[in-house]
Design a protein around this ligand. Sequence first.
Ligand code: SF4
Length: 395
Amino acid sequence: MSPTRASTSNGTSLSAINVADPHLATFLTGASLPAFRKRLLAWYAAHARDLPWRRTRDPYDVWISEIMLQQTTVTAVIPYYLRFLAAFPTVVALASVEEHDVLKLWEGLGYYSRGRNLHRAARVIVDEYGGEFPVTVAGLAALPGIGRYTAGAIASFSRDVRAPIVEANTLRLYARLLGFAGNPRSTAGQRLLWDFAERLLPSRDCGRFNQALMELGATVCTPVDPDCQSCPLCRDCLAFRDGTQHQIPVPKPRPAVTQVVEAAIAVRKHDRYLLRQRGPTERWAGLWDFPRFELSSGDHAVQDSSPLRRSLAQRLAELTGSSAEIGELLTEIHHSVTRYRIRLLCFEATHRRGSIRSRGAECRWLRPDELESLALSVSGRRLAQLLAARDLSGT
Ligand code: SF4
């Protein structure tokens, strides 16, 4: 293939990058690929981290690790991964439990839709595939919560299917190798990188090869300060050659941070507190929480006022049926959910009358020790711990 006619398998032209560059042209047309693959695999053999999910090729284990690793660091994932597999060692075991059991083990890991989708997908695998994972990338990608990258990772890591992968670490690595100064997250950029990933793949041992690319991206070709001097691919890398590794890839625009103020109400009736399970359309769907309300700027400007307490009492009654007297501000919790920075004002309250009702979300009166077995949001758990400690000390 002539360098200037290099094109992707789906017809997308690679001319968006400089294929007239003789080095890149040689690379893209395959002449230097065997040596590139050899250097990468030799580096991986010497430097791969020993991670629990690398000791298995079971598609179930690979799947769990890949879903947990989305948006989450390796260090944070390891204990969750080990606990999850100990509790649900097979896809049949996962499909047989209730969604709440999955969310309980997911508590604190965030992005809870991942846990809910895992559970839904497990039931599909058991009901429609007899408990066996689909063998094709398309079959895997049709399952809830599995996108193109995850499908490729499961297929290649567990069965050596020749499936390309592009995720955060490889996106950065490929963009630098190609010296691609455009936006790698645009449609054209994505087409380019997926095509490049496919061209890189050897004809066999694709799982190991993909893992080596990801590992190099994660540990050497890092977002800030890539360690080009120790990189086995530096002789192939256009960004390194041109000194542009610090400018590539172009950064993702940061979403504007939104400040939010909310109130959580710890409504007490004798030795129990009122909890409600969050509805399917709410943030943290399926998790349990203290009744929680977003406050307007007018509300939180007067956080210790009687009007605010009256307003909260009214919203509490509408939401749960419980009529309560809102008492002191117990504590403030600051936390983040995606682009939201939340200041949570936690009030205590005393139940006066009224039977709790569901209104689409189950409500229960529970003792602090009973909250241990429920899946709570991180901020809900902190409030529950504060109440338990307070009750124990008798204050
Ligand atoms: Fe990344 Fe540097 Fe290696 Fe290029 S040489 S792939 S920029 S670490």
